[in-house]
Design a protein. Sequence first.
Length: 553
Amino acid sequence: MTQDPTESTTPSHSIDPAVVDAIGLWAQADPDPRSSAALLELLRTDPRAAAAMFAERLRFGTAGLRGALGLGPARMNRVIVRLAARAIAQQLHAEGRSGLVVIGHDARHGSRDFAEDSARLFAAHGFDPLLIDGEVPTPVVAYQALSRNACAAIVVTASHNPPGDNGYKVYWSDGAQIVPPIDANIEQRMNQPPVSEHDLASADRVTRLDPIIAIDQYVAEVVAGLGTPRVESAAASIVYTALHGVGAQTVRAAFDAAGLPRPFEVASQIEPDPDFSTVELPNPEEAGALDESMRVADEVGADAIIANDPDADRLGVAIRVADGWRKLTGDEIGCILADRLLARNQSPRPVVASSIVSSPWLETIADHHGAEVRRTLTGFKWIIRAAIDEPDLTFVFGYEEALGFACSPKVRDKDGVTAAVEMATLIHELAARDQDLSDHLAAMIERFGVSLSAQVTRRYDDTPERLGQRMEELRDSPPADLDIVEIVDHLQAQPSTNLLEWHIGPDRDRVLLRPSGTEPKLKAYLQASGTSAETEQVRSRLATLEGVVAELL
């Protein structure tokens, strides 16, 4: 029996009695006796700290919830996940939707319990939950949702966030991440008393799908449907890392199906590890994330490295250069893939899409191939709309510079597995001609001119409130040491987003600044372009810009 939360606490006037009641209800609803007891103990010993936990609630951000694991409504835990699942079920009912809900999860702490609880909740609300009964990449779940015409899907994952985080990603009946006002409606419906254990259906009401079957179905339709040319032989040596995530099994199956030789694997990072024991941050973008891969690649004499983030929806690439290794930017990878897929496309009215912070190089490439371009707000929930909102167009490719690439319309989200297949195939093709990705990029510059990008970030892990303040400071007082010739404030645009865009100097190089949608960090995107003959000048301008912005942040 749950302890009365008011027993043995400090005097009742120390915090609002309504908050004491809310904490007691939360503890009673918590199916984990350890966290329930920890919350009641905190209420007894430090009621103000307990009350502070209930002053805020975890907010819907990029297509769902994401945050640190912990106690109370501002953290990821089983109580908040059950509230979210019930709110999603209520929203589906309000829209007159019924039927299948697909649920998948990664290998992070708590992911399995969050997925099981969600499946039982949907069953209790009359839906047909299909739980992928083991760890799978996010694109496998997104494929299952679209191919089975599910009314919704959930992926329990925090993607590339730190080890102490988890998340809850929501897809709707179109197979894509939710967009406004659905997210706000679900969040509003979460403002109800916690879900009781009696409100969940029994586990035997949940249909389960073997993860091997889920992966095989994804590979058979999505990977096989890419039409990637078969390589004649293993002309290159490639190292692969899963960064302690769930991508390895699917990547192996995808490479086999595509006729690609399997890459060397970074053994210390190939199996799922929720503590991400060999990396500080499991994101291929982050400095140091590929250090272990580079060490292994040097040992085996590899030519290139491909890396998935923990839920395998992103792809990082590094190539060997004269003085070591160079990570390709998301814009470089995205434009390479766009050129490759557009060159292979035979369908009418092709369209490619990218976010407004991604490289303007895409327009030049698309124009060369006779394709249309759609620029969107940041986030794949917007990028993938080009595959949904304009059915008379043929969606070929979408990307965001944060290493997210959509190579197949059969997955309406970013997909690091199909992107890995495409990049590995190209690496082998180039090696067969005694070339590499550096040569390929040089050839693209000759064809399309030069467009270079860089990124500068500043994390605010200890002072997240400074993130919003810093954006306002930059909005109110742009730096005088940058030759800003035009300012575009996207908060004033329609649709609006918290993004500042500065055009710099006579060449109109660009600096774009925005807060991350998934982490407490400020991101600055730098872009400089010119003709192929101006490549060195463009590199110099970008390097100068990078130094100034790094000092600014």
